[in-house]
Design a protein around this ligand. Structure first.
Ligand code: PFF
Length: 463
């Protein structure tokens, strides 16, 4: 998929080759965006934050903040054509600012590693749930049984640890071989298959008798149910689900051919990812109400609701297995994006081979992941700041590091880089360019800082 640089057109070439086409780039970024964030995290945090109003804030964040941040990341990545740390240093200097912008790339590398430490644990759950699906563990079970299966599994640190280890090994394996091989084929098949399966499940949830209730929960804006902390979580989710704010998209952008349109690539990814998240919510909430479950169930929401539904439908064993296998693939293509900035940096900085860099970094991430493994069992009662170790890592990365990364990325692309440079990458100064520049200069950074300040409670409530 990545072929050696041949065109003399690109102002600068990437050490790692280029995507063979714009489609290959879109598939890779979509593979990174579509993941546990859509099927696991979005439903459970929507449930925890009261539904409708949260979803609306999330959608605003996706389109008014996420989209311009994603475009900024891609254009910076393509202009620099290096790993995020080196790209920020190079462009910082080139644009007459400072090499210290590399710090933003560095924070992104750390954010990616921290996210992967817990992402891999949840991905491990999907591996275990695939096995449970195949063996028919969910067939004909009651809600209590399924909840029991979930707590018995997550309560056993050894099983969770083994599943986490398997997933990290899979990730290291693919990253070590280079992003180029296999990823494109996987995404090409996985994303359409997920769409089809979600549409099928949507049909099932429409027939559950509680569709209206579920849809109303997700779509009726009850703003009094939403706190500023919830707004921060919605904004963090927009970053998390689009894989932005930490340099993953920047790293992929480094391999994008010079002539491809950044705007349409970003739009395709944002629309595909957001549609899948919304579908996941519309599948899950009717089933939550149909089975008398609590929408605020927490991280186990999907792992209880869907097995329950699969257990009651004919052919459920097959559908459950397909779903969890697809989820493993979706998580896998995302985990590669989470590790890519760190590995690309280590390869260029320490002159390691990809295999060495991926193994060393992977082992470090694997070890940190045990903090999350234990958060659901032996250390479940050890709470500080935002809760368990897992909850703190999640909060720190999604709600603080990624949006903060977004502020710096947009400020850099829209304030520090000269107009010629950004217009050059975005294909001229038409209305779309002007819209991007307005959102990236004013709307995104100001909104992010405002939400931070409100969530920390520095500004008084006017209501
Ligand atoms: N976007 C992924 C998801 O929604 O599951 C998570 C993610 C992947 C975040 C890659 C950041 C990233 F670089």
């Amino acid at each position: 998929m990545l072929k050696a640089e041949t065109a003399g057109k690109a102002p600068r070439t990437s050490l790692h080759g280029h995507w063979s086409s714009r489609m290959a780039f879109i598939l890779a970024v979509t593979g990174s965006a579509v993941g546990l964030g859509d099927f696991w995290k979005f439903p459970y945090i929507t449930g925890e934050n009261g539904g409708g109003a949260f979803v609306i804030v999330y959608l605003f964040c996706v389109f008014l903040i996420g989209m311009p941040v994603m475009m900024s990341e891609i254009l910076i990545g393509r202009r620099g054509r290096r790993n995020p740390v080196a790209t920020m240093a190079l462009l910082g200097e080139e644009e007459g600012s400072s090499r210290h912008w590399s710090l933003i790339g560095g924070v992104g590398v750390i954010a990616g590693m921290l996210i992967l430490s817990y992402y891999s644990v949840i991905a491990g759950w999907t591996i275990a749930y695939t096995l449970k699906s195949v063996s028919g563990s969910f067939v004909g079970r009651s809600a209590e049984d399924i909840e029991g299966i979930f707590s018995a599994f997550t309560g056993n640190w050894l099983s969770v640890g083994i599943a986490h280890t398997i997933f990290m090994a899979l990730t290291i394996f693919v990253v070590a071989r280079g992003v180029e091989r296999g990823l494109e084929q996987a995404v090409r098949f996985m994303v359409p298959a997920l769409f089809v399966l979600m549409l099928f499940l949507l049909g099932y949830s429409i027939n559950s008798g509680h569709f209206a209730e579920g849809a109303a929960f997700m779509l009726t804006p009850k703003f009094d149910a939403l706190t500023w902390d919830g707004v921060l979580v919605a904004m963090g989710q927009a970053f998390f689900t689009l894989s932005i704010g930490m340099g993953a998209v920047m790293a992929y952008g480094a391999y994008l051919p010079a002539e491809s349109s950044i705007t349409s690539a970003a739009a395709a990814v944002v629309v595909a990812d957001t549609t899948l998240s919304m579908l996941a919510g519309l599948v899950i909430f009717p089933l939550v109400f149909a089975n008398g479950l609590n929408p605020g169930h927490g991280p186990g929401l999907v792992f209880v609701t869907l097995p329950l539904a699969f257990g009651q439908m004919s052919g459920g064993v097959v559908f459950a297995t397909i779903f969890f296998v697809l989820l493993i693939f979706a998580a896998w293509t995302s985990s590669i994006g989470l590790m890519e900035p760190a590995v690309a940096w280590a390869v260029e900085h320490f002159h390691k081979t990809r295999a060495q860099a991926a193994t060393m970094i992977g082992i470090l991430i694997w070890a940190v992941g045990f903090g999350t493994v234990f958060s659901f069992n032996v250390l479940a009662d050890v709470k500080f700041l935002k809760g368990t170790f897992f909850e703190n890592v999640d909060h720190l990365t999604s709600n603080i590091m990624l949006p903060l990364g977004g502020v710096f990325v947009t400020v850099f692309a829209a304030w520090v880089m000269c107009r010629n440079s950004s217009a050059d990458e975005l294909g001229g100064t038409g209305p779309i360019y002007n819209l991007w520049r307005f959102l990236a200069r004013y709307v995104a950074p100001v909104a992010i800082v405002f939400v931070f300040v409100k969530a920390i409670g520095l500004l008084p409530d006017l209501s």
